[in-house]
Ligand binder design. Structure first.
Ligand code: TUI
Length: 315
């Protein structure tokens, strides 16, 4: 048992969500996480809505447990993806890379739980005001598109500012991280990078191995100039991106250069010219293992961490 209020709200066993990662989080990964007692999430990313529809159908076949869909609000297909989510009455919707305000009434009409990812207190408050059921406070330790605040600094500030539950994300990959998030007042965690390095994740093996190989300082943040900073593992692409930025490339040039590069790494297997998005916690991850093992190990480790902390005050 490691129950928090988010478990009741989402009807899940453990307070662990799997991050919605473009080109990574499909029905196979999401259903494995849901079957293991967490909340699996299919990522729409920049995919067309028919791909999302297929993955939702597959996930419904693969698990009877709740799962979610993550909507990336910068996607050109966002309106169609929302329609698919409404058609299939998806139980949980998370959003990223923007403000989901204009879709809120639709989500509420199917009784979906809506959990926006937010990078600041101000946006978290706005999400509470428009009826979000919880928020995911995602620190800049995360992989992919990030904000400016760290998890450690942001989570307690968001917890104090809101009345709805807060889930912590960014820099979490083990039970100590889960216990720390609970200590900061969060009622659960979302993990991305840890679940990429899992047996059920369907991306190329080399991407998972890059995470296992990565050390603490092996990620960099590119694209600050474009207004969409993205954390990736250092490789040829990262070096070229940084060179372009140093040479004053325009936002348009950088965006064009970045296009399609995540798929190139994750699905086509080009780990030098592709973009290997991963969080700073990649340095802690040293194995690729089944999702069930990841979830159970984290829960057990969180419990023993909390026990140890309790022992500190009981002498
Ligand atoms: O969205 C993510 N992570 C992502 S999305 C992605 S695909 C992509 N690739 C290149 C450029 C842009 C996207 C890869 N990784 N995480 C959730 C997240 N949301 N991080 C930051 C935010 C965010 C940022 C601004 C959420 C809201 C927001 O609001 C701005 C506003 O006021 O509308």
């Amino acid at each position: 048992m490691l129950k928090t209020k988010i478990c009741d709200i989402l009807n899940i066993e453990y307070p662990i969500l799997q991050g919605g990662m473009a080109w990574v989080s499909d029905a196979a990964l999401a259903s494995a996480v849901s079957e293991a007692g967490g909340l699996g999430i299919i990522a729409a990313g920049n995919a067309p809505s028919d791909w999302v529809e297929t993955e939702i159908k597959k996930a419904k076949d693969m698990t009877d447990k709740p799962f979610g869909v993550n909507i990336m609000l910068l996607s050109p297909y966002v309106d169609d993806v929302v329609d698919v989510v409404l058609k299939y009455e998806v139980k949980v919707v998370t959003t990223g890379a923007g403000n989901p305000g204009k879709y809120m009434d639709g989500f509420k009409s199917i009784n979906a739980k809506v959990i926006p990812v937010i990078p600041s207190v101000a946006l978290a408050k706005r999400m509470e005001d428009i009826g979000a059921d919880a928020v995911i406070a995602e620190g800049m330790e995360s992989g992919g598109h990030i904000g400016e605040l760290t998890t450690m600094a942001m989570v307690p500030q968001v917890v104090d500012a809101l009345n709805i539950p807060v889930i912590a994300a960014g820099g979490i990959a083990d039970g100590r991280g889960l216990a720390a998030a609970l200590a900061l007042g969060a009622c659960g965690v979302q993990m991305g990078t840890r679940f990429v390095a899992s047996s059920e994740c369907t991306i190329v093996q080399g991407y998972k191995e890059a995470i296992v190989k990565a050390k603490d300082r092996d990620t960099v943040v590119t694209g600050k100039v474009t207004g969409h900073p993205v954390r990736i593992i250092k490789n040829k692409l990262a070096r070229e991106f940084m060179k372009l930025e140093a040479n004053g490339a325009t936002k348009e040039e950088l965006e064009k250069f970045g296009e399609g590069k995540l798929k190139l790494a994750a699905r086509d297997g080009d780990l030098q010219k592709g973009s290997i998005m991963a969080g700073q916690i990649a340095g802690l991850i040293d194995d690729i293992k089944p999702v069930k093992n990841i979830v159970e190990t984290i829960v057990e480790e969180a419990k023993s961490t909390i026990q140890k902390m309790n022992n500190l005050i009981e002498g």
